[in-house]
Design a binder for this molecule. Structure first.
Ligand SMILES: NC(=O)c1ccc[n+]([C@@H]2O[C@H](COP(=O)([O-])OP(=O)(O)OC[C@H]3O[C@@H](n4cnc5c(N)ncnc54)[C@H](OP(=O)(O)O)[C@@H]3O)[C@@H](O)[C@H]2O)c1
Length: 318
């Protein structure tokens, strides 16, 4: 498996298994199938509400000697309600307990959005904190403490744009080593990826297949289809691959880690086999010229009249 390398030499397998929306009852099998078929990188988060079941699968895989802990790369994410300095380490401790692990390989700030403690999804203005209540720098200090306490090997962020990354870098003892962002041919994120590469920040592509299984409440009715786009379909048929494999290969070709979610045994294996799809410069050119510009996970569920946050503060203008 191709890997990306952290500054200290630790390696991140470029394909990982996504677990958002993987339901209890499904995710145990999905994680085991993934590990059995060769995945060594699993992407988790406290808010996915399935870490306990992921933990059972990790334990099962290690107990049955399919894999050793040091061969796995496990990522999880700090939820928005635990951004205060004193809440970061306890949140990670809970995640470790749920995942049945002593340490994580990578812990990320999930979103640059802050809720009051105990809030799952803020619905009223009172349930949010603003950046003056809880500056991102404060949350990052908590993340640094987690490294010092040996609870995680690496720390990073998710859904951070360039200005928010600069704010963290300018005040950090440990600079972020990862930015996990939505990325695919409808949202290639060239500017943000360039910035990350120049600043030694690795990138992970989320929703690489267009996140088709999101709840209707967070989907727009007229969303374009990534997997059915003619350029993707043509490339897939020319290479004897599936559209999903072309989309996964798109990130791999750019040295960007990619975490497709699946709970289906065949698709889990098929996604891993994307490592064998080679795209040449012509293929990459046609993918980069698709022209459709679309963000599937647009964060609008964190904004609006009842929120102190606005969308234009979240995203990079391409
Ligand atoms: N940091 C963040 O804020 C953030 C946001 C979104 C996602 N993520 C992470 O990124 C992961 C992936 O993103 P995502 O879950 O939004 O969506 P995704 O991986 O783009 O798409 C998942 C959908 O594609 C289907 N699928 C998987 N493999 C397929 C294949 N080979 N052929 C056809 N369909 C296939 C899945 O169905 P089946 O399961 O039935 O196969 C599911 O419906 C998440 O699970 C999560 O770990 C992070």
């Amino acid at each position: 498996m191709k890997t990306l390398q952290f500054k200290n030499g630790d390696k991140l397998p470029i394909i990982g298994l996504g677990t958002w929306k993987s339901k209890p009852g499904e995710v145990f099998k999905a994680v085991l199938w993934a590990i059995e078929s060769g995945y060594r990188h699993i992407d988790c988060a406290a808010i996915y509400d399935n870490e306990k079941e992921v933990g059972k699968a990790l334990e099962e895989a290690m107990k049955s000697n399919i894999v050793r802990r040091e061969e796995l790369f496990i990522t999880s994410k700090l939820w928005n309600s635990n951004h205060r300095l004193e809440d970061v380490q306890p949140a990670l401790t809970q995640t470790l307990q749920d995942l049945r692990l002593d340490y994580l390989d990578l812990y990320l700030i999930h979103w640059p959005i802050s809720f009051k403690p105990g809030v799952g999804f803020a619905q009223t203005r009172e349930e949010f904190y603003t950046y003056s209540d809880v500056p991102l720098r404060q949350t990052w200090q908590g993340m640094e403490q987690c490294v010092k306490a040996d609870l995680t090997r690496h720390i990073g962020v998710s859904n951070f744009n360039i200005s928010k990354l600069k704010e963290i870098i300018g005040n950090a003892k440990i600079t972020p080593e990862m930015n996990q962002i939505e990325l695919h041919p409808f949202l290639p994120q060239n500017k943000l990826v360039d910035f990350c590469k120049k600043n030694n920040i690795l990138v992970t592509a989320y929703s690489p297949l267009g996140s088709g299984d999101r709840a209707a409440s967070i989907k727009k009715p007229d969303e374009p289809s990534l997997m059915e786009h003619p350029v993707i379909e043509q490339l897939a048929s020319a290479k004897g691959a599936s559209p999903a494999q072309i989309l996964i290969a798109f990130s791999i070709h750019r040295d960007i880690a990619v975490i497709p979610k699946s709970v289906n045994k065949e698709r889990i294996a098929q996604n891993l086999a994307s490592i064998d799809i080679s795209l040449d410069e012509e293929d990459m050119k046609s993918l980069s010229q698709i022209g459709t510009n679309y963000r599937f996970v647009d964060g609008s569920f964190f904004t609006g009249v009842k929120s102190p946050y606005v969308l234009k503060d979240l995203w990079e203008t391409e």
